[in-house]
Every structure is written in C-alpha cells, then in structure tokens.
Design a protein. Structure first.
Length: 346
C-alpha cells in the first residue's frame, strides 16, 4: 500500500472503548417495548449475552452477532484484523464455531482514500480466513469517522452452548487474555507507548478466541463471556447478575500486560475515558477503591479474553488445556452466593 496514515487521528474513540456506557445503554434498552415471545429464540437480550441463539430443532443452534468500532491502532490492515477477531469472538464465547461473516464499513471518503479502506477490509478478510470462514459480503456508508466490524453467523451444539448467565456458586473463574489494552492504546494515542507493549497488545487483540469452542465441550465449564468494552468488572457483573450470584476476585491473580509499565502509563494519565465511564455506570456494585487497580479492572478491552466459570471437578482439566495453549491458566476468583456488593476485590 503506497499511502501511510495514522487511523487513530480520525476517530474520537478507540476500539471497544467506543462502546456506550453500560448505564446509558440500559436506559436506551428500557425504552423498548417487550417483544413478542419467539419459542425458538433461546438466547436473546434478557441476559446481555455475547450473541443471539436460535434453536434449529435438530440439537444445534444458529449463533448471530455483530460488533464494530473505530480504529484502536494506526495501521489499517491491523485495524481490520483486530476488528474481525473481536467480532468473531462472540461466537466462540457461546461455545460455537463461526460459519461466515459480512463486513460493516463506515468510511470518511473525503478524508481517507479507498485504498486505505481496502487495507482494512483485507485485514479483516485474512483474519476470517484464520477462522476458516469467508468474508462473504457486507455494507458500507460514508461516515464522519472510520468504522469497521463484522456481522458473524455461527453454529453451536446446544449441549455445548455456554451462556454468560449460567455460573454456579462454587465455580472458579479464569481469564484467557491479559488486561491493559485500553491503557496501552491510550498511551499510543498520546505518543508515550513503548514498541514492545503495543506489539504485545496487537498480538493479543489479533488472536482468535478459538479456545472457547474447545472449552465448551467440557461439561464442568458452566458459563463463558468475552471481556470487551465494559471491562473485566462489567462483564463479570453481567455474569453474576444473570446467574443470581456474586463473585470474589483476587486482583493479584488477574493476568495483565507488564504491570510496572501499566502503572507507569497510568501515572502519566493514560487512562481511557471508557474506564471511568464504566466505573460510573456500575461502581456501586463493586468493592473497588479508587486508583490504578480500579482503572485497570474497569479498563475497556478490545478483542479481550474469555471469562470462564468452571465447576471444581473440571478446574484441573481447564488449567491443563489453557497451559497447553500458552494462555493464562490461574484461577482469578470464585463465584459465591449472592451478596452486596456483587463483586468484592481482594
């Protein structure tokens, strides 16, 4: 590609940090009238899950999801890859496998060339190829800021379906990717990031959560969700509230990128606005004091890892699988009986 651009200069937000704050989204959704009951719709809006699932009547279901956002990195090709990985992750988080994707593209045609848009699309296509699915079409509009993502269709054996609202008291919690993407990407926008840190973040964000389909085959894996724009705390709260339970988290066991580097970025003000919006939306449900730890645990992730709730008799099996894939394998917390606050950090 002959043209060099810095895509993050053309957007006010970045990655899943563009998400509307949870409290505002809740208000929006509350304005909707209750829809007609569709018996074949077995996962819908009710539990804020990662994707919708329709029962096909043959022991399988269709999984449908969409996700898109503004650039989190400057390179168009890498932006396309990350956005595609992030969208496909929702299917894996349900325990399914993707079948195909169609593109969603918003492009400021008066500011950025079609060639740059083509690089974004090609990055997305190649990432889809890694998931063994076609990028089979899509829709584009002229928009003030660059936007890219996918609508993804997948399939799941209903016996392997893993909703986010099925955690069980006594379960152990795992997180399959490190936290800190939001802080690192903010450091990039401020021109403060070190090359090794942005490279690590890009590698993580570009990695498919294929492990979800494998973990879904384990009966003792009770619930899964992917951690994205609402941060670890937001998605854990959704899991707890949907499961009528609470959680205790060991902050020191949560996987992160280079912790000292993240603290250094934090001291320099590299905190994405989404982290503070997240806490403002759900902070009253957390035992989480102000400071670095709060901002990190509420940090909006883009193409983050899977949060997995596992019964005691399957913990060792899950650990071994995660270790064999080079993924974080430590238990980060426990699901406990419902209490206030909903999530306690220790």
């Amino acid at each position: 590609m002959s043209e060099s651009v810095n895509l993050t200069l053309y957007s006010h937000g970045a990655g899943c940090g563009c998400k509307i704050a949870p409290a505002v989204l809740h208000e929006m959704l509350s304005c909707m009238t209750r829809e007609t009951v569709y018996p074949n719709l077995i996962v819908g809006n009710d539990t804020k899950d990662d994707a919708a699932v329709v029962d096909l009547g043959d022991g399988t279901g269709i999984v449908s999801t969409t996700d898109f956002f503004m650039p989190i990195v400057d390179d168009p090709h890498i932006f396309g890859r990350i956005a595609a990985a992030n969208a496909i992750s929702d299917v894996y988080a349900m325990g399914g496998t993707p079948l195909m994707a169609i593109a969603i593209l918003g492009w400021p045609i008066d500011k950025l060339s079609p060639e740059v848009a083509g690089a974004v699309l090609e990055g997305g296509r190649l990432l889809c190829a890694e998931a063994s699915i076609p990028l089979a079409g899509g829709h584009s509009i002229d928009s003030p800021e660059p936007i890219f993502g996918l609508a993804v269709t997948g399939r799941v054996k209903l016996s392997h379906l893993k909703a986010n609202a099925a955690a069980v008291v006594g379960d152990s919690l795992f997180l399959t990717k490190p936290l800190g993407v939001g802080m690192i990407s903010t450091a990039q926008k401020k021109g403060l990031v070190e090359d090794e840190h942005i490279k690590q973040a890009i590698e993580s964000m570009s990695t498919l959560n294929k492990i979800g389909a494998e973990l879904a085959e384990i009966d003792g894996v009770n619930a899964m969700t992917d951690v994205t724009g609402f941060g670890l705390m937001g998605h854990l709260l959704e899991m707890c509230e949907g499961s009528d339970a609470s959680a205790v988290v060991d902050a020191h066991s949560v996987p992160t990128f280079d912790l000292e580097a993240l603290k250094n970025y934090h001291e320099k003000g590299c905190v994405p606005g989404g982290a503070r919006r997240n806490f403002a939306s759900y902070g009253e449900k957390l035992d989480l004091p102000k400071g670095f730890e709060r901002d990190l645990l509420c940090d909006p992730q883009t193409s983050g890892g899977l949060l997995v709730s596992v019964s005691s008799d399957s913990v060792e099996e899950v650990k071994k699988i995660l270790e064999s894939r080079g993924l974080p394998s430590n238990v980060i917390g426990k699901v406990v009986a419902k209490q206030e606050p909903t999530v306690v950090i220790r």
